[in-house]
Design a protein around this ligand. Structure first.
Ligand code: FMN
Length: 194
């Protein structure tokens, strides 16, 4: 399935960390061997600038983790405020027995480098990621490290390598999970630089 009109533009990899610097809840998309999936993740963060690397917690029990381990790849997509309900829904059931993307009518397109399904409709940005093989992740931990190999953002909210939060793009502003299905949209921008 392909998304309709897109306002997405590629983001320089040097700016990729800015997309998740503020701790948004993300949708993790994955695919392998004819199966695909989406789950919610509140725990992710940038850990390196060049090349851009991220850490993200993907529970070993999830179907997502199975697909990511098999393909060595995934994408993270930043749902806007309008997708809060959808985010909670795909974070509350497993894709092991059903295609959650189809069930919720989520349009995707293949990411440019790894072909991971990325979501643009209702999302502010996406990052396509290659899993970094790591013994501790394989053996014990839910934390996965990955290199960002492509990134893009909606030009109505990410402008010239910077977030541009305005009243007229509130529906696209990323969300932050407070717990129990409650989310907050970051409030007013506070300028800390001269
Ligand atoms: C808002 C929200 C945030 C979540 N954050 C995480 C997370 O950071 N890491 C994680 O492993 N699971 C997280 N979960 C739980 C997974 O999304 C959930 O286990 C999901 O059903 C896994 O789906 P899957 O089996 O189809 O991969 C979160 C759930 C919700 C609703």
């Amino acid at each position: 399935m392909t998304s309709a009109a897109s306002h997405f533009a590629l983001v320089q990899l040097a700016h990729a960390s800015r997309l998740i610097n503020h701790g948004p809840t993300v949708l993790v998309t994955s695919a392998h061997g004819g199966r695909r999936n989406v789950m919610a993740a509140a725990w992710s963060m940038p850990v390196e600038f060049t090349p851009p690397r991220i850490a993200i917690v993907i529970d070993k029990k999830t179907f997502t983790r199975e697909l990511v381990a098999a393909s060595g790849a995934f994408a993270i997509c930043l749902p806007g405020t309008a997708l809060a309900g959808l985010t909670y829904a795909v974070g509350s059931t497993s894709g092991r027995d059903e295609d959650k993307l189809a069930r919720h009518g989520i349009a995707t397109r293949p990411g440019p480098v790894l072909g991971m399904p990325v979501i643009e409709q209702g999302c502010a940005a996406w990052l396509e990621c290659r899993l970094i093989p790591e013994r501790h992740t394989e053996d014990a931990y839910d934390t996965c490290f990955a290199e960002v190999v492509a990134a893009a953002a909606d030009a109505r909210i990410f402008v010239n390598g910077r977030w541009d939060y305005r009243d007229d793009n509130a529906a696209l502003q990323p969300i932050h999970h407070l717990g129990a299905g409650n989310f907050v949209r970051a409030g007013g921008v506070v300028r800390g630089a001269a």
